[in-house]
Structures are given as structure tokens and as C-alpha cells.
Design a protein around this ligand. Sequence first.
Ligand SMILES: *Cc1c(COP(=O)(O)O)cnc(C)c1O
Length: 392
Amino acid sequence: MLKALDSQYVLPTYARQDISFVSGNNARLSDDKGREYIDFTSGIGVVSVGHGNPVVSKAICEQISRITHISNLYLIEPQAQCAKKIVEMSGYDMQCFFGNSGAEANEGAIKIARKYGEINGEPKRYKIITLEHSFHGRTITTVKATGQAAMHNYFGPFPDGFAYARNIDEIENLIDDHTVAVMIELVQGEGGVQPLDREKVQALATMLKAKDVLLIVDEVQTGVYRTGEFLASNLYDIQPDIITLAKGLGGGVPIGVVMTSKKDVFSPGDHGSTFGGNYLSTVAANSVLDILESYKVSGELDEIFIYFETQLKMMYEKHADIFTALVGFGMMRGLRVKDADTLGSLINNSRENGLLMLKAGRNTLRFLPPLTITKEEIDEGFKRLGHAIAAL
Ligand SMILES: *Cc1c(COP(=O)(O)O)cnc(C)c1O
């Protein structure tokens, strides 16, 4: 039995459901018992162009039948093309470094900021301010950057130099002579789909620029059209110094990117990654970017976002006894549920009714469907959510 095999040989870091999926088609999944599901999670914001996407699948297969990996000691054509696409689509004058995950992208961002603080004047600046309820990853440094005390219970001693602001207003007070950067998510994902206030973020960006403190925007979850624009930084109309991407970029193939306008901070030898930016991951990302860019340009992306929002709003208004707020942008959405127990039951009921849903923070029902979800799949998903609510 698969469950027994998993329990015997895989370390128990996840509370896994006893379901094994065997195939998928856009926002639909099938398990090994022949049950069919609507996926409102897209593998936590990863499968941005849907399961089994034929265009991405073809691009990957063609690439790996020739070269999968060579190493960063040589030029890698799809990597350079991918960097060009990301930079052009972002509208920022930046360069990219490729890794394999969100945490690794954030590690790169922290290294760029720390070196910038080291080579730009006295005293040496190294402190990075992040927000409470943030999430920046699971490595020792990014878990320390994460503003959730519960995640710092073990694993110490941690690297020094992180401070946590309770909210965006408090950031300025925490800045001192040693502060080199502020790192934020424009919409906190894991923290509960909590968008930051646009005007406050713009004021923060202006204040940081004046103080020569770098603004790092963690777009691991918000990036690659999740909020409707290519980057949430575009939506907020700010000019960050460093941006990180990962989840939705490779359509399921592991990839992480740190991009920065501080192009001359890193020199050869300062940073690296064995797998980062190889042929497999960058060909996948190029394919995903092409699909989503033309989807955006044609107006289809905006149209489906509006459709999704309309259905979500109807669900929210119909069940005012359960939901207390509708939050987020684009296809990164949440419904605040009146209490955590109801949320747990709702997610279980959804699964039993053939709908995959996520939790965020303490009491948020999180929606992260594939960006290519169809109207028919949206309708079916909300129908099943209705059944899940009825069964509460
Ligand atoms: C998921 C996530 C990360 C971590 O990404 P991994 O690929 O799991 O390392 C970092 N930051 C944000 C905002 C995320 O949502």
C-alpha cells in the first residue's frame, strides 16, 4: 500500500492526505481510484498553466531528448532567453540569477543585499527587516527571515541580522545604521492572503530609496501573473531593487529566480547553483512565459480573472454566515472563515466532494487555481464548494 510505503521510507515532515493522483488535465485531476477532482490549488501556485499542459510537455520532451543539463560553466541558450523574457516582461532594468526554489531565490536576494551593504560605505550594513506573518522559505536563513516565531523553535543558532516589523508602518522605526534591506511579500500568501496597502507600499519604497535601503520583493507566490499583472510589483507600481520568483514560473519544473537592478554586486564566484537555470527548467519556464504572455495580451487572462472573481463574490455573499471577508487579487484569493474548525471541515468536505482547496494563515480558505482554468472548471469547482458548505 502506498501509504505504508510512504510512512516507512519518507521522513514525516508533511501531514499528507491518503490520495494519490495519477493524471491531470488543466484544472482537473484523477486519483488511482478513478475519482475526479477540480484543483483550486495548482500544487500551491505552481502549475500555473494547468496539469498535463501539452505545449509545456512537448517543449520539455524535445529538450531533454537532446540535453537536460550541462552546468553553468558553459553558455545555456534557454537560460539567457528566459532571463531576457523575465526582464522584458517585468519592465525593470535588471539581471537574473537562476536557482531551483523559492527559498534558494530568497537566499540569493539576501546575499545580494548583504554584499551591497558590505561594499557600500561604513559601518557595514547587514540587517534585513521583514514583516510578521511573512513566509520566505525553509532554509536556515530564510526560515529566520520568516516573521513567524513558531518557525524559530528549533534549528538555531540562526544567522544574525533579521528584525520583524508588526506591520508596514513600523518598518521605518526599525531602520538603523546597520539596515541594508527590507523584504516583503506584497500579498502575504502563507500568512493568510493578506495584501499590503498600495499607497503605504509606494510610500515605503520612496522612503527606502531616500535612505539607500534596498527593497526586496518576494514574488515567489505573487509573481508570473498570479495577481493579474506579470509581477505584483507592477500592480503596485513600484521599482524594487531585488525581486524573487519561483512557484508559477516553471509550470511544475523546479526553478527559482532572483533578479536585481544592482547588476554589479555579484562577481564570478560569489554565488552559484549546480542545477540552477539548466536546459530542463528554463525551457519549461520559457514555454510557460510564452503561454501566459499571449494569454494576457489576448485579453483572455483578464476575462477569466473577472469571471473567477464574480463567482467567488457570489459564493462569499451567499454564505455571509460562514465567510467574514474576501481578500486577495487575481487568482490569489482568500475567503476568511469565521473560525479555524469550520475552515478545517470545509477543506475536508471539499475534498470529499471532489474539490482541492488550501488553507492559509489561521482561518483563510485559499484559492490558487491554474491561471488557465476554464469557465466550466470554475463553475464545477464552485458547485462542489457549495456542496461542501451544505455538508457543514
Ligand atoms: C512558497 C514560498 C517560498 C518558498 O518557496 P520554496 O520553493 O518552497 O522554497 C518563499 N516565499 C514565498 C512568498 C512563498 O510563497
